[in-house]
Structure formats: C-alpha cells, structure tokens
Design a protein around this ligand. Structure first.
Ligand SMILES: Cc1ncc(COP(=O)(O)O)c(C=O)c1O
Length: 376
C-alpha cells in the first residue's frame, strides 16, 4: 500500500501537466505573417504547414482546420456518416471524439479498449460486429438497435498507437470506413509506420497542450486526393473557386486554420524531432523511477514508437489513485485521472455500450503525469 502524507505545502509554482514551448522562431514567423497582412484563412503558411504535416506523417495530403474537433467532424461527414447512424468508438477518450460524432447526428457505440495500447481492442471490435453486425444491401446494420453502422473511430490515447492493421482488416471485412483519432499521436509509429495513414482518414490536434501547438488547430490526413479536395471544400464554406463570384453549393463550414496559427505550426514542426527526443527522455525517467514499485508505468506497445505525449501510470487500486491525485494536486503538481468514460457522460447515456471492463479498470487506476518538454 502506497501512503501519501496528507499535508499541504505552499507550492512555489505549479508544475503543469503539459505546457507549450514557444520561442524566437514562433515570434519570427508570426511577425512575418503580420507584416504580410495574410493573417486569416488565406496565406502561404497554411499550405506550407499542410505540406510539412503530410511529409512528416508519410501521407499524401493534410488539410488544416481550426481545431481537432472540427477536423474529426469534417472527416466523419466526408466518410459519409449521417444522422441516426452509429459510429463505433472507444469509451476511454477525450469528449471531443464523441462530440464530433454527435455533431453529425450519429450516435457513438462503445467497444472496449485493451490494456497494451489503451486503444480500441480489435478482438472486442470483431466480437461486437460478429454479434451485432448484419449486412442489409449496401449497409451494415446493428441488428440490436436497427441503426446503420457508418464508421469506426479508434483513438491513439496519450500517443500510444492502436493495433491499426487488425482494426482496418476487420472494418474492411465489414465494409465500414476507419477514421483514426490521432489528436494526441503526431510523431507516433507502429511497425515503423506513422499513425494516421492506416485508415481512410485521420485527424490531429494542435491545441495548446499537444506535442506541437498552433494555439488552436487541427488537421485531417488522408492518402486520397479526392477526399482531401472534398475536405478542403467543406472546411472553406463550400465556396466554388471563382475570381470574384460567391457561390456556395451546399452548407459548408468555416473550419480553415488561419495563416497566423499555421505560421506557429511551421515553427513547431521544425522543432518536432527535438520535442520527440525530449519526450522519450521524460518517459525513460518515469519508467526507471516506477520500475521497482507496485505502480505500473504505461509503456509504448510492442513494435511501436510512441510520442509519449502524456505519461500515464496505473495504481494498484482506486483508493491509492485518489490519494495520489489529492496529494499531488494540493502540492503544486498537476496530475489528472484518465477521462471520465464517455458512456458515463450525460451526452452518451443512451448510446449502445458493450462490456467495458478494461476501460473501467484503466479509469479506476490511471493517472496522467506532468510531461512537458523543458524550455530550450
Ligand atoms: C483524443 C482527442 N480527440 C480529439 C481532440 C480534439 O482536439 P481539439 O481540442 O483541437 O478540438 C483531442 C484534444 O483536445 C483529443 O485529445
């Protein structure tokens, strides 16, 4: 039993969970952007940032958006997800995943995660589809709810890659598109391949707490040019290209990343290799520290190279987790439990949910630790 002394010391400064590292390069690129007058959704930095993202992650195209939630919303729309259909996802994720599903009018259907990856368990996914999936012409229908199953969204939690080959294989058998929520996983690899290129599309976030930040921002990655063009169209108010006429073919979204934010993104991309190295060192220090204790360090899955965006640990039980959360937070060290599971949130209360013992166990015992890269 791990005991924490229940005292409250005056913290000199709070140690954050994850802070952005912004410096001279960001200031230079921002100043250039301001001087150019291209501060909004048109400008050279947007295309440059998209190209840098695509090259780094080994996919053909990237389309930058205002945030990761907007990226996921648009990707779901482009994948054909419609109102009153079901999107399979995992109970352990940030609320943005299920919010984006809800924006389309679809309903999340929850399948358990696995301990090794923290992500969607392919075996549980197959079991769900074998029991509930029924093909009706072109559609796959959940025979229990009567709703069409329109997509599957696995999430690479804390930067640990899901078993994508298995997930994509199962979804191909059932003919449902896969969209990877890779918001936390820029710089993570499975089998030497960057995450994000396995599914039909994948999405990233550049929120202030992510491995690189644009203040707020996101992107959709895809290897399909037609999908990328459609993503760009929908995220730019669906305006038909024309030198001066305004014609919008359908309801579009004002989801494009402004040039100012993209300028930050270009500067951050130049530093990403350094951030990844530092992240690996932090993970190594935590791994060594917890090696001889009954607290389990969440390491990268086999054959994977995680970006270790956030480092996680598992306590032997919930009482010890709670006592550590109380102790650390009242002593100036920001630590967080894993997110309340999505099926436990009011917005998802009526969503189909399989047995989720692994997600429940991870929630009960898991804590995320400070994982910021030191200032240069
Ligand atoms: C798993 C996951 N999905 C989606 C998002 C949404 O990203 P954003 O905050 O940029 O909208 C985040 C991060 O915030 C996330 O952690």
């Amino acid at each position: 039993m791990i005991e924490f002394v229940k005292s409250r010391h005056e913290p000199v400064e709070t140690l954050p969970l994850h802070r952005p590292i912004l410096g001279d390069l960001e200031k230079t690129y921002l100043a250039e952007c301001i001087d150019s007058n291209f501060v909004s959704s048109v400008g050279a930095r947007v295309s440059e940032f998209e190209e840098r993202l695509a090259t780094f992650s080994g996919v053909k195209r990237a389309v930058a958006t205002v945030n990761g939630t907007a990226a996921l919303h648009t990707a779901l729309l482009v994948a054909g997800v419609q109102r009153d259909t079901e999107v399979i996802t995992q109970p352990l994720t940030f609320a943005a995943t299920t919010n984006a599903i809800a924006y389309t009018g679809a309903v999340p259907a929850f399948v358990d995660v696995e301990r090794e990856t923290l992500g969607l368990n392919p075996d549980a996914l197959k079991a769900f589809l074998d029991v509930h999936g029924e093909r009706c012409g072109d559609y796959l229908v959940n025979r229990t709810t009567g709703r069409q199953i329109s997509a599957c969204v696995p999430v690479h939690i804390y930067g640990h890659p899901c078993r994508m080959d298995e997930i994509v294989g199962i979804c191909a058998d059932y003919k449902i598109p896969v969209i990877e929520d890779a918001a936390e996983a820029l710089g993570s690899y499975r089998g030497g391949r960057h995450v994000g290129g396995h599914g039909l599309m994948s999405t990233l976030s550049f929120n202030g707490n992510k491995i690189i930040t644009t203040g707020g921002g996101g992107a959709v990655l895809t290897n399909d040019d037609a999908l990328a063009d459609r993503l760009k169209h929908l995220t730019t108010t669906a305006k038909q290209p024309h030198p001066y006429e305004f014609y919008h073919q359908e309801v579009g979204y004002n989801y494009r990343l402004p040039n100012l934010n993209a300028a930050l993104g270009c500067a951050q991309m130049e530093q990403l290799p350094h951030f990844l190295e530092e992240k690996r060192k932090i993970a190594g220090a935590y791994r060594a520290f917890f090696a001889a204790s009954e607290i389990e360090f969440i390491d990268e899955p086999p054959r994977c190279r995680s970006n270790f965006w956030l480092n996680g640990i598992l306590f032997p039980d919930r009482a010890q987790r709670d006592s550590f959360l109380e102790y650390s937070n009242s002593n100036g060290v920001m630590t967080r439990p894993f997110w309340t599971l999505m099926p436990d949130l009011p917005a998802c209360a009526d969503s189909p949910c399989m047995d989720i013992p692994v997600a429940r166990d991870l929630y009960n015992r898991g804590v995320a630790l400070p994982s910021s890269v030191p200032n240069r």
